[in-house]
Design a protein around this ligand. Structure first.
Ligand SMILES: [Zn+2]
Length: 85
């Protein structure tokens, strides 16, 4: 019982940290660089960021908080939804 509670607390803490990071200037900066590097287009379907919102998708979470640009892929909302499933 206590183990399950601690696991729950650990997961809660992890997701709180994740959401804090996703809203941080550091994340916004690298996400923007990812989109600029991709030419403001979705890497999968080529939709333009002028007409569609673009997301920086984590190819890997292994460097979460200090990602390299190669850890991210610029995707439109639709392709992001597809790869996240
Ligand atoms: Zn796309």
């Amino acid at each position: 019982m206590i183990v399950r509670f601690l696991q729950w607390l650990f997961n809660l803490n992890r997701s709180v940290n994740y959401y804090a990071y996703i809203n941080s200037p550091a994340w916004k900066n690298i996400a923007r660089r990812c989109k600029v590097k991709a030419g403001m287009r979705c890497k999968r379907c080529g939709k333009s960021g002028t007409f569609y919102s673009l997301h920086a998708h984590h190819v890997t979470y292994s460097r979460l908080g200090h990602e390299r640009l190669s850890d991210l892929e610029c995707l439109c909302a639709e392709c992001h939804e597809r790869v996240s499933r």
